[in-house]
Structure formats: structure tokens, C-alpha cells
Design a protein around this ligand. Structure first.
Ligand code: SAM
Length: 275
């Protein structure tokens, strides 16, 4: 008998994956967590029936959420990830010569599952520059002023404990927690299915930060494939950042040319932002 996992990508759209094995399944304090082994995409992390990452395409999302803000800043020493308990974003950050990389994940079970099933990503937790905190990122960030050079919000969709990660009050706390040249990035979902959210978050960031910019990447297993990120920057104009000519580590999606190009957004997204 064939085993399939289906994600409701919207109320009316389903994406299905042929599954070889269910490797793990549990109900944590915060969400349902599963690790599946799929035919096409390899191991997959699923939270509340939503695909968080697959081993075949995780590099696209993780490289783009990490390298774009870090190279935009230029010389980050202290970086914070909120969410991201799989370790993928942290793993990319640690390819830069940062002094400290902190991660605040609300659900320790995500970290445990990653250590067991995604060793290629969770290897980041063992880096001496990494520090992991298991608590709500919303409360965590309130305790810091002028502290982090880059803050990355690598969250689940805006439901459950992640709702507050898409609110203006949280973005204000992030602004305060950043140093004077600070750069902030959040994943902001699909422009097809989350049009309203994209516009709302963009407007908040544009009100709080001197510079706000949307960038995109194509992630095959995320709803709609075309994915958005919003950057808020205190000093560096994201469109004029001094992006290095080349990377001194290996990447599979990110390149300096992609960095410059990713801020060139399609007309329909510009339309959403200007409505
Ligand atoms: N790349 C993924 C995506 O876009 O689907 C997100 C991956 S990562 C697994 C998201 C993490 O955010 C989850 O492990 C979840 O537990 C965590 N999270 C949700 N709300 C949070 C909060 N308020 N504070 C800290 N972490 C939170």
C-alpha cells in the first residue's frame, strides 16, 4: 500500500508527497511534530501538518534567510535567530566569521528531533559560537537593547505561538534590540496565499525602520513556491549594500548576483505593497 502525506497549502490547494517511512511523530506542548522520509524530497520536518523543511530544498530558504542580511550588514558579530529550531539557519550563519550566534526556539522538541533526524543541520548547535535558548522569542527579545547586529525571524506560519512574531509591537522590540547598523529579516510567507500578511508586515517594518525591502526566493516545497522575506535596516540601504564579489564558502542557491537580484520584485508584489 502506498503512503502519502498531504499538506493543505491553502483552503483549496493540496500538495502531496509519497512517503517511504514515518520516522517520528509526537504531540509536543506547542504543536504536532513529525519527521517523514519522502521519495522525492528526502527527510521532511512537519509541524502541525505543515512542511517546515525538506533535505532536498532546505538550502534555498536557509541560505537566503541567512546570507542576505549578514552580507547586507557587512560585519556582523552578534546574530540572533528567533524560531529556526531545526538549526538550518544557524548552520548558514556560522559560515560567516561571527563571534556569537544565538537561537531562541520555543519548542525544545524541535531541537531534539533535529539532533536525531537532521544531523547535517543540527551540527550547528555544537559550534562554540552558538548558544541555544528554549523560550518564547517575543519575551526574549524584550530584554535586549542595542545588542544584536542581525536578527532573523525563522518562524512557523502565523498561527499558535508564532502569531506574535508577526505583530508591530514585536518588530519595535526587535528594532530596539538591534545595534545602530542593525539589520532584521523575517520570512513572510507566500505572496499568493498571504497577500494581506505581506502588506501588513511590510507597512509595519517601513514605519519602524529607515529602510524596508521585500526579497524573494523560490522554494519548491513551500506553498506557491515563490517565497517572500522582509528586511528592515537601520543604516544600510538593502538595495545599495556592499555585497562581496564572491563568497568564501560554498553555497548552492545564494550568489552575490542573486543577492542583488532578489530585491527586484515582480510587479504583482509591488502592487500588493502599494495597495
Ligand atoms: N523554515 C520554516 C518555515 O518557513 O516553514 C520555519 C522553520 S522553524 C522549524 C520554525 C520554528 O519557529 C518552530 O520550530 C517553532 O517551534 C518556532 N516558533 C514558533 N513560535 C515561536 C516563538 N514565539 N518563539 C520562538 N520560536 C517560535
Amino acid at each position: 500500500m502506498e503512503l502519502w502525506f498531504s499538506e493543505m497549502q491553502s483552503k483549496n490547494v493540496k500538495m502531496s508527497y509519497k512517503i517511504k517511512n514515518v520516522l517520528h511523530s509526537e504531540k509536543t506542548k506547542f504543536q504536532n511534530l513529525a519527521v517523514l522520509d519522502s521519495e522525492e524530497f528526502g527527510r521532511m520536518l512537519i509541524l502541525d501538518d505543515v512542511v517546515q523543511l525538506t533535505m532536498k530544498d532546505e538550502f534555498i530558504y536557509h541560505e537566503m534567510i541567512a546570507h542576505v542580511p549578514l552580507f547586507t550588514h557587512g560585519s556582523p558579530e552578534r546574530v540572533l535567530v528567533i524560531g529556526g529550531g531545526d538549526g538550518g539557519t544557524l548552520h548558514e550563519i556560522l559560515k560567516h566569521p561571527v563571534k556569537e550566534a544565538h537561537l531562541v526556539e520555543i519548542d525544545e522538541k524541535v531541537i531534539e528531533a533535529s539532533k536525531k533526524f537532521f544531523p547535517e543541520l543540527s551540527v550547528a548547535f555544537d559550534d562554540p559560537r552558538a548558544k541555544i535558548f528554549c523560550e518564547d522569542g517575543i519575551a526574549y527579545v524584550k530584554r535586549f537593547k542595542n545588542h544584536y547586529d542581525v536578527i532573523i525571524v525563522d518562524s512557523t506560519d502565523p498561527v499558535g505561538p508564532a502569531v506574535g512574531l508577526f505583530r508591530k509591537e514585536f518588530y519595535k522590540d526587535i528594532f530596539d534590540a538591534l545595534t545602530e547598523k542593525g539589520v532584521f529579516v523575517a520570512q513572510t510567507e507566500s505572496p499568493f496565499y498571504y497577500e494581506g500578511l505581506l502588506k501588513e508586515v511590510y507597512n509595519c517594518i517601513a514605519e519602524i525602520f529607515p529602510y524596508a525591502a521585500v526579497y524573494t526566493a523560490v522554494v519548491p516545497t513551500y506553498p506557491g513556491a515563490l517565497w517572500t522575506f522582509i528586511m528592515g535596516s537601520k543604516q544600510v540601504d538593502p538595495n545599495k549594500a556592499n555585497v562581496p564579489e564572491s563568497c568564501d564558502f560554498k553555497t548552492r542557491y545564494y550568489t552575490p548576483d542573486i543577492h542583488k537580484a532578489c530585491f527586484k520584485i515582480p510587479a504583482f508584489i509591488k502592487e500588493i505593497l502599494s495597495k
